[in-house]
Design a protein around this ligand. Structure first.
Ligand code: SF4
Ligand code: SF4
Ligand code: FES
Length: 547
């Protein structure tokens, strides 16, 4: 039976029978959760009443070590690391807190009062580490590894392994084998797909990666195979792990088993600084961390925002950073930007922030009726993928609408009317060279751009500005959430300025900061009127709402 058909059969059978491995998504507490009283270590506490015990305890500051539980994956309860004791009709029983619902009046015991819980967690940890390598010094996960954290909290065992036995299980490099389909299984370096290398030896069989591919990516490419301590993670025979979201398995993997090829051995994670910002390649505006050191971005990680991208990030958004410092335009003297007589088309690309748009509006006002505002892109708008992309490549589409910019398609129709074209991070020639040909009619073309792209090459003057990863500012995403960008200190040339600074200077009223530019944006957009720049939270502000 072909593997894909086989896989579908399994899915149908399991989901039809509601069998194990097809668990429910955890119900996470919200600010509207009802509060109920429970007793933790004989003390009464008020906790969210509509969630699991692990989340409820977390809400009152009690962290419970866990490995297989992930707030955005179905609960499978297989690691048994999150044990607590619960008082029941038959006395105190060990239960897993990740799959035990909160009920009013329940009595729970944590290691703070229960030696049994403490010992059970310690034993679970020891069991999990029995076949685990001593790889921390060379492991990419070191510094953000769940096993390391749990070891400090719940483990700290002296090893009881006898070296003469060695390891005899799936991960032992000596036990790597080739299956009947010619595929390498087990061992230290398993090339599991184009972007991911599996260190099978470090896997603790939590099956988070399996659940991610099954329930979030909805393309079941990973499975646990084998039995007991020979269990291993693998793909279907002859197939690879290859999906637009496959790098998310390196995030959900609590260990250094799933490693991203692009980041392997590049940098110790504790040497990275983290800048919270927004991915400006799509109008959902996935929340991200730019992880950088020595003025260079090493990786881009999803930043959890329950309303936007949860903990997920597409490979496209994640790997885009590899081009951020390539093919950059240099800063030149602003006096090179000369606007001649006749009409002026001011064009904002999709990565322009609200601050850039406010500066362009101000420039239009300074030029009077001969200037018009256009915005957007010539790229096609796709469909939302339901994970972390809306499909619209114009990140700040809503900002353009709120500021009253006409679509660039309108400019293409009326290009002959204009004598000046100023594009800001809008690579129209690069997006669709034949459609953009209409712009050849405009004689004085000026490009403000981070990159020496096709539009910059066609321009009379090409002026280098900062990339969106290097600026502060705001954007409005496709869910109408006002989100904040922060600047990573990775700009290749300190002389490069943010677009809003250059444009506002052209308009004769230079903004000294994004905060100042946002004040101007508030004058143009009624929905921003009551919002101050500093009051925008890291998870954004729903316009016309309470987020
Ligand atoms: S996964 Fe890596 S960092 Fe974590 S305990 Fe294992 S070897 Fe150490
Ligand atoms: S590879 Fe990682 S996520 Fe997958 S089962 Fe192993 S430890 Fe868990
Ligand atoms: S976290 Fe609860 S069983 Fe794994």
């Amino acid at each position: 039976m072909p593997s894909r058909v086989f896989r579908k059969t399994i899915v149908l059978e399991f989901s039809g029978n509601n069998m194990s491995n097809y668990y429910n998504m955890p119900k996470l507490p919200t600010e509207n959760s009802p509060k109920v009283e429970i007793f933790v270590d004989d003390k009464p506490v008020m906790v969210p009443g509509d969630t699991n015990l692990l989340e409820a305890l977390k809400a009152v500051g009690i962290e419970t070590p866990h490995v297989c539980y992930h707030p955005y994956l179905p609960v499978s309860g297989n690691c048994r690391q999150c044990l607590v004791e619960q008082e029941g009709p038959r006395g105190r029983m060990l239960v897993i807190s990740c799959y035990t619902p909160v009920t009013p009046g329940m009595k729970i015991y944590t290691p703070a009062s229960s030696a049994r819980v403490k010992n059970a967690r310690k034993a679970t940890q020891e069991f999990m580490l029995v076949n685990h390598p001593l790889d921390c010094p060379i492991c990419d996960k070191a510094g953000e590894c769940t096993l390391q954290e749990n070891y400090m909290e719940a483990g700290q065992n002296e090893s009881r392994l006898r070296p003469e036995y060695g390891k005899n299980y799936h991960g032992n490099p000596e036990h790597q084998f080739i299956d009947a389909k010619g595929q390498l299984r087990g061992g230290k370096h398993v090339d599991i797909g184009p972007r991911i290398l599996l260190d099978e030896e470090r896997c603790v069989q939590c099956d988070r990666c399996v659940r991610f591919m099954r329930s979030i990516a909805k393309d079941e490419q990973l499975q646990l195979a084998g039995r007991a301590d020979h269990t291993y993670i693998t793909t279907f025979p002859g197939e690879k792990l290859d999906h637009e979201y496959d790098l998310c398995v390196t995030d959900v993997c609590p260990t250094g088993a799933m490693t991203a090829k692009y980041f392997r051995f590049q940098k110790r994670v504790w040497l990275l600084s983290h800048t919270p910002t927004i991915s400006m390649d799509d109008s959902l505006g996935a929340n991200i961390w730019l992880d950088h050191a020595d003025g260079r971005i090493y990786r881009v990680m999803p930043r959890c925002n329950p309303e936007v991208n949860r903990s997920w990030l597409s490979n496209t958004s994640r790997l885009a950073f590899q081009q951020f410092d390539k093919n950059r335009l240099p800063a030149i003297d602003a006096s090179a930007i000369q606007i001649s007589g006749g009409k002026v088309a001011l064009v904002a690309g999709g990565t322009c922030t609200n601050e850039d748009l406010a500066a362009l509006k101000m420039l239009k006002e300074s030029l009077g009726d001969r200037a018009e505002l256009f915005g957007g892109s010539l790229l096609k708008v796709g469909a939302p993928d339901g994970i972390a992309k809306s499909g619209d490549p114009v990140a700040n589409r809503e900002g353009l609408k709120l500021m009253g910019f006409a679509d660039v398609a309108e400019l293409l129709k009326r290009a002959g009317e204009f004598s000046n074209l100023i594009t800001v991070n809008a690579d129209l020639y690069g997006e669709d060279a034949s459609a953009a040909k209409a712009l050849d009619k405009i004689s004085n073309r000026i490009a403000l751009s981070a990159f020496d792209d096709a539009t910059a090459k066609k321009a009379k003057v090409a002026f280098g500005i900062r990339h969106w990863s290097e600026v502060q500012g705001t954007m409005v995403n496709s869910l109408n959430i006002l989100q904040k960008l922060s600047a990573a200190p990775t700009c290749p040339d300190e002389k490069l300025a943010p677009a809003y600074e250059v444009i506002s200077a052209l308009a004769g009223n230079k903004f000294g900061s994004a905060c100042e530019a946002f004040k101007k944006a508030r004058e143009y957009v009624p929905a921003f009127a009551d919002i101050t720049y500093d009051a925008i939270k890291s998870t954004g502000k729903l316009l016309g709402g309470n987020a």
